[in-house]
Design a protein around this ligand. Structure first.
Ligand SMILES: NC(=O)c1ccc[n+]([C@@H]2O[C@H](COP(=O)([O-])OP(=O)(O)OC[C@H]3O[C@@H](n4cnc5c(N)ncnc54)[C@H](OP(=O)(O)O)[C@@H]3O)[C@@H](O)[C@H]2O)c1
Length: 251
């Protein structure tokens, strides 16, 4: 049985790959960094003796997403970790058009199509879609990122509901973490003001919740409490807090 992980070359995806191999899954791993995928594959083969299929690709492009679906169609996939994504901090007009296109192509289009495709083609299994606590409110100074994560959280919740109506045995879990120690901050050009969670701990927690078919996974009780609070706050208050906190984080 296979587990497919997008964005497996680092951070949360990388840790999910190792955990799923330790649980007996063969892996299909994707990202752009072929060297990192090869290294991960060697580690998994030698430590867990599992098969690893590497599909190097830039998931921001439609033809590559289609290639991923085509190349995975003959594998018996039970787990999908829909994870590849990135953020950018700054006022809306400080983020370049190319950066916005890239974020939307990956965090919205690719995540949407991966979730849709495997929710439709898996006979049974588990899909973990990586959103963020940013998925519950608008986020001034990180507006595109927050909007993309709101989109995928909303889409995943609706698909989860529809699958239940269809009586399809596929769990959809939305990972909504606070800061996690990965390469995310370097890409987003931020330094976290809150202490980040270890990526392995985050992945372990998310996978446990996924196998229990829980709707949400948010590691760390303080972040869970903050998320509950954020969800009931009027948006103008949460936006004031977000603007201040992103301003402190911007490098
Ligand atoms: N770290 C946090 O604080 C945090 C908090 C909430 C949510 N998240 C979410 O967690 C997910 C994983 O991020 P991370 O924190 O683990 O960061 P990360 O270490 O930067 O990992 C991002 C992964 O996405 C892949 N990726 C990026 N652009 C890609 C592209 N064009 N095509 C294919 N793969 C691409 C990267 O691989 P290559 O560069 O090799 O392509 C890498 O494997 C993201 O969806 C992020 O929004 C992170």
């Amino acid at each position: 049985m296979y587990a497919l992980i997008t964005g497996a070359s680092s951070g949360i995806g990388f840790e999910c790959a190792k955990i799923l191999a330790s649980k007996g899954y063969d892996l299909i791993i994707t990202a752009r960094s072929v060297d990192k995928l090869n290294k991960l594959s060697e580690e998994i083969k030698s430590t867990y003796n599992k098969e690893v299929v590497i599909i190097p690709l830039d998931i921001s492009k439609k033809e590559n997403i289609e290639e991923l679906f085509n190349k995975t169609k003959d594998y018996e996939i039970e787990v999908v970790i829909n994870n590849a994504g990135l953020g950018k901090v700054g006022m809306f007009n400080e983020v370049t058009d190319d950066e916005d296109y890239n974020m939307i192509n990956i965090n919205v289009t690719a995540m949407h199509m991966v979730l849709k495709h495997y929710a439709d083609t898996l006979t049974k299994g588990y899909i973990l879609t990586v959103a963020s606590i940013a998925s519950f409110a608008p986020g001034p100074k990180m507006a595109t990122y927050y909007a993309t994560k709101n989109y995928i959280r909303s889409y995943a919740e609706a698909i989860r509901y529809e699958l239940k109506k269809m009586k399809k045995d596929i769990g959809i879990t939305i990972l909504a973490p606070g800061p996690v120690n990965t390469n995310f901050n370097d890409t987003a050009n931020v330094t976290f003001t809150l202490k980040g969670v270890d990526a392995n701990k985050c992945a372990n927690y998310a996978i446990k919740r996924m196998f229990k078919k829980k709707k949400f996974a948010t590691p760390k009780w303080s972040v869970r409490a903050a998320t509950r609070f954020m969800r009931i706050l009027p948006h103008r208050t949460s936006m004031r807090i977000c603007y201040k906190s992103q301003s402190k984080k911007q490098k």
